[in-house]
Design a protein around this ligand. Structure first.
Ligand code: DHE
Length: 702
């Protein structure tokens, strides 16, 4: 084991000063620590139990409060440190057995540092954090640069000596690590000048809000409210902002997006009360709008011989990219930079264009007819977004194919209508409104799923918090007619039934599926389901007993249900749960089928069990009473989301790995749908999640 204190972020520094006193690190002594008892903690490693150290004692005249010193260095933000209040960080190694770990590392030939004894080793780790990088971070080998070297300037000699001494004594005399205290220390927000606050606020909304939420309540990224951030302190937060984390936080400093000083200002900003998030005007959107290849300069026919209708656009979430992959050859035709924490892709009515939305509200359009498919326009329409769709209607009321696009935002709470070829935004509609049931004003109702009707020039826009489904007619998109239907709160994701007349959407926190009759423009039913339905777009199939059904699995229940969708042919079963099929576990996000397939495929990526996370199951349409087969598709990561090829003969499943684990960042496994045998793997993709086959997405086949 070559574990080490590493990036034991934020703590200590003073060693440099000690070195300045001609005191080589290895002679720092381990002193008894009776006076170093933290205010809130149990006594740490018992006196005299720390590994022996050579040299004379460097006892500070007045021993500092060790808990205060840890607090000053913000060590607890990144490390678990027994006995230190709030030291429960999981970015760096757990320091519960630091003394033992240090000794073991010193005995290990792999150790390349200069320390001769345990205290020297710990000091080296603090003062020269990258001298020897630990493999003890939660994700494996720690990241160079994460442990801030600035700690050397943060703490006094005495404070550093106290910390080294404390850590060298871990675990305590009982040999067992102490449980960290969960109390929080009173910490005031650091001072931030008004002008600094104003400018960094904008950076937050541009770069960070998509993952941490505009009000910093957390989403993909953790909550960053003051009670969470203040105990971490400026140095720790700045280090994380600058260097990123193994769990997906980008390294804004290393990427050159933020300077060290800006990272520190951001760290201070995050410890203040969250300010009201900004609105975004059309003019602001237009400032970000870029047409890279104008429509008149785009080809009139495909410039390659590939079957572009069988392309898959694969979301590479943590890379902020979309891979365009050939469905016939499995070659990655191009990798396109898109919005940060990119979320989903949808096709234009003709399929030629792919619309992509990132959580940062950046919409991108990719032209699949270019010799190498690439983006031709982009625009930022909000600070936090999840949905995008195109206009798909072509009928008596006009041909709207590829004419418009729509982006649904979480913040500001609005949707934006854009030109379908250039992404020029031209109409913003706020979703601020009244809850459907209590008629109370809601200031921030987020836009969830948006689908385009094939039968009317209409988008179905789902407004989460108010529980309203808006039917938005785009015949005159600058003055869109909107019909507001009352459905259920917390609308999230959903899809069409096989006829395209009914839209079924999960009201996930209400444990219901709302059925919208898009032809009649009304709510057809509310169907009770098990806990937290999460269909993606769901799966349409013919049940041998109950006829046409639509299915969803659940985040909070180990089951997949089938809901009857044929009020004419099977009125008894219409809008009722007719099947409830047991799965190996809860935590399912997506299911999928194809009219040509004998199966319905189900994933479980958010199950707490690592094996179930990477397990997929199939249910036979011929015998939908149980799962026919379940298996693990990889030995790492999570199995997530399915997509069929154009013919409906092969199924692609993502292995959602981790961007920081070489060899395990992710891949796609391709199965023969009939035999369920593996056909191919598309390796070395960075966190592949959703996959969207051009033909199936444009035709809404699922
Ligand atoms: Fe999604 C669809 C919102 C997290 C992958 N996701 C959707 C939709 C919404 C939504 C509203 C429907 C869009 C539509 O049809 O127009 N997703 C959210 C969140 O708010 C949430 C829970 C938290 C967040 O921080 O964003 C979230 N989503 C995730 C993930 O973590 C997933 C698994 C990976 C990722 O990309 O981050 C993920 N969501 C997807 C995918 C779809 C989706 C692949 C489209 C499924 C489809 O087949 O259409």
């Amino acid at each position: 084991m070559k574990d080490r204190l590493i990036p034991f972020a934020l703590a200590l520094a003073a060693l440099l000063l000690l070195a300045g006193c001609n005191q080589p690190p290895r002679v720092l002594i381990v002193t008894p620590i009776p006076t170093l008892v933290p205010v809130t903690a149990a006594t740490p490693g018992a006196v005299g139990t720390a590994p022996a150290s050579a040299g004379p004692a460097a006892v500070p005249a007045t021993a500092p409060d060790v808990a205060a010193a840890f607090q000053k260095g913000s060590c607890g933000a990144c490390h678990v440190i027994p006995g230190i209040a709030g030291a429960v960080g999981t970015i760096g190694p757990d320091l519960s057995r630091m003394g033992e770990v240090a000794q073991a590392t010193l005995n290990d030939r792999a150790y390349t540092g200069k320390a001769q004894d345990v205290p020297g080793y710990i000091r080296e780790a603090i003062v020269e954090p990258d001298a020897f990088v630990s493999s003890g971070c939660p994700g494996g080998v720690c990241q160079k640069g994460l442990m801030p070297a600035s700690l050397a300037q943060t703490l006094s000699d005495a404070e550093l000596a106290a910390l080294v001494n404390y850590l060298a004594g871990l675990p305590g005399s009982s040999g067992e690590a102490k449980t960290p205290q969960a109390t929080s220390l009173p910490v005031a927000a650091p001072v931030l000048a008004e002008d600094e606050f104003a400018s960094i606020k904008q950076v937050f909304f541009d770069r960070c809000a998509g993952c941490h939420g505009t009000l910093r309540k957390g989403a993909t990224g953790p909550a960053l409210t003051p009670e969470k951030t203040r105990p971490k302190g400026t140095a720790a937060l700045a280090a994380i902002i600058f260097n990123g984390t193994p769990r997906g936080m980008p390294d804004w400093g290393k990427q050159g997006v933020l300077t060290q000083a800006e990272a520190e200002t951001m760290a201070k900003f995050l410890q203040q009360e969250p300010p009201a998030p900004p609105e975004m005007s059309l003019a602001q959107m237009k400032e970000t709008w870029q047409v890279l290849i104008p429509p008149e300069k785009r080809p009139a026919a495909p410039q390659h011989r590939r079957d572009w209708q069988d392309f898959f656009t694969v979301i590479l979430r943590d890379a902020g990219q979309v891979a365009v992959v050939d469905g016939d050859t499995y070659e990655v035709v191009n990798t396109v930079n898109t919005g940060y924490a990119v979320h989903i892709a949808r096709m234009s009515a003709t399929g030629r264009y792919v619309y992509v939305i990132g959580r940062d509200g950046r919409a991108t359009i990719i032209d699949l007819w270019l010799a190498v498919p690439d983006k031709v326009a982009e625009v930022k329409t909000c600070y936090d977004a999840r949905s995008i769709e195109s206009s798909k209607y072509n009928g008596p009321e006009g041909d709207f194919s590829d004419k418009y696009a729509i982006v649904g935002c979480y913040w500001p709470p609005h949707f934006v209508i854009l030109d379908g070829l250039t992404l020029e935004p031209f109409k913003i509609v706020s979703t601020r409104s009244y809850t459907y049931d209590t008629e109370e004003y809601h200031p921030e109702p987020r836009v969830a799923a948006i689908v385009a009707s094939h039968f009317k020039p209409e988008w179905i826009v789902n407004v989460k918090e108010t529980g309203q489904v808006w039917l938005v007619n785009y015949t005159d998109p600058s003055a869109p007619a909107i019909k507001m239907l009352e459905a259920e709160r917390y609308l999230h994701d959903g899809g069409w039934d096989a006829t395209g007349r009914y839209f079924l959407v999960a009201a996930n926190q209400a444990n219901k599926v709302a059925v919208i009759d898009a032809q009649e423009g009304k709510l057809a039913a509310l169907v009770e389901t098990p806990k937290i339905p999460h269909p993606g777009r769901g799966a349409n199939w013919i049940d041998p007993q109950f006829g046409p059904v639509w299915s969803t699995a659940h985040l909070g229940d180990a089951s997949m249900v089938a809901i009857g969708t044929d009020p004419q042919g099977h009125p008894e079963q219409a809008w009722k749960v007719v099947r409830d099929i047991q799965l190996p576990g809860a935590g399912s996000l997506f299911i999928k089928t194809h009219p040509n397939s004998p199966w319905i495929w189900v994933d479980h990526p958010l199950n707490s069990d690592a094996q179930i996370q990477r397990t997929v199951c199939v249910i036979a349409k011929a015998d939908p009473t149980r799962t026919a087969k379940c298996w693990e598709i990889a030995d790492y990561g999570r199995a997530v989301h399915f997509e069929y090829n154009k013919e409906g003969t092969q199924v692609w499943v993502s292995v959602w790995g981790r961007a920081d684990q070489p060899g395990k960042t992710g891949e796609i496994v391709v199965y023969d749908d009939k035999t369920l045998t593996e056909v191919a793997r598309i390796p070395n993709l960075v966190t592949p999640t959703g996959k969207f086959n051009v033909y199936n997405t444009m035709k809404d086949i699922y």
